[in-house]
Ligand binder design. Structure first.
Ligand code: SF4
Ligand code: SF4
Length: 290
């Protein structure tokens, strides 16, 4: 393994932390791993970003996130309806001899303005959320927040990922395996799948595994709220030859720290646990680079 590590020089890793379902402890793992390893933390769970609650960084910059949407000039429009036909998202409709635009359905793809031969469509920015940049004194922190009622999470995630600094980074994804997760994990070096030893946990873990396998992303598993007994997730991983990086067991200390909004790495035994996870990921990524 140590031979692999020489390959890491000059390579900054991006590690995505995801979970098939909500409530598995994904954000707890993401924030504590980032903190233990001194890695940048990026919250891509833009519909419910709560990593900053634990990291509590000082926010140094806030930017608006927006998507380009069409603005139709009724004077120039001749009613050819080409824009309506090209829109794959039903954001444009031909009603009463007029083009109607439904902004919440628009993905900002730009196809309508491209097909309009009459120069009747210009693009304007529509704000969909914010991106916060901060620092907790030790690690850089970024967060995307989608405005309430906004359905378009993917553009803000893409904007957020463009702002990732040139350093090792933890990307905290939204739960599930939807297009927001796909956008968050595109191009990462490694995926860390956080699950819990329940039938629901295993069901949703299998879907997340299928996703990362389809995207050719190396991955490992963390079983949270585990017991000393061998559980159904371990049995499944053993059968499928999947790497379980760590079992985080039920512990009163975790409940106490969590209820106070404190980081687990404030406790030495958990700092060591997350350092161990980070080092194992570094080894796996370095070997994958060979
Ligand atoms: S493509 Fe242009 S001209 Fe044709 S309906 Fe749309 S806006 Fe009007
Ligand atoms: S930008 Fe794309 S999604 Fe939006 S209205 Fe035009 S074609 Fe439809």
């Amino acid at each position: 393994m140590l031979e692999c590590k020489t390959e890491m020089e000059g390579h900054n890793m991006q590690i995505a932390v995801l979970s098939g379902k909500g409530g598995t402890g994904k954000t707890t793992v993401s924030t504590n791993l980032a903190k233990a390893m001194g890695w940048q933390y990026v919250d891509c769970d833009v519909e419910e970003p709560n990593g900053f609650i634990f990291l509590n960084p000082k926010i140094t910059k806030t930017e608006k996130a927006s998507i380009p949407v069409p603005k139709i000039d009724p004077i120039k429009c001749v009613g050819c309806q080409k824009c309506v036909k090209i829109c794959q998202f039903n954001a444009l409709a031909w009603v009463n001899r007029d083009v109607l635009f439904f902004d919440k359905l628009c993905h900002g793809c730009g196809a309508c303005s491209l097909v309009c031969r009459y120069n009747a469509i210009s693009e304007v920015d529509r704000e969909i959320g914010n991106i916060d940049v901060g620092n907790d004194g030790e690690i850089a922190c970024l967060r995307g927040t989608l405005d309430i009622g906004e359905p378009m999470a993917v553009p803000i995630i893409r904007n957020l990922k463009k702002m990732i600094g040139n350093e090792n980074t933890i990307i905290d994804c939204s739960p599930g395996s939807s297009c927001t997760v796909v956008a968050s994990i595109e191009g990462v070096d490694y995926a860390l799948l956080v699950t819990e030893p329940t039938a629901f946990g295993l069901h949703d873990l299998k879907i997340a595994i299928e996703l990362v396998r389809n995207m050719n992303i190396p991955f490992g598993i963390i079983i949270n709220r585990a017991s000393d007994e061998k559980d159904l997730i371990e049995e499944y991983c053993e059968k499928e030859k999947i790497n379980v990086l760590e079992k985080i067991k039920f512990d009163k200390d975790i409940a106490v720290l969590y209820s106070k909004g404190r980081m687990l790495v404030e406790h030495d035994k958990y700092k060591d646990l997350f350092l161990n996870i980070g080092k194992r990921i570094e080894e796996e990524v370095s070997c994958n680079l060979l």
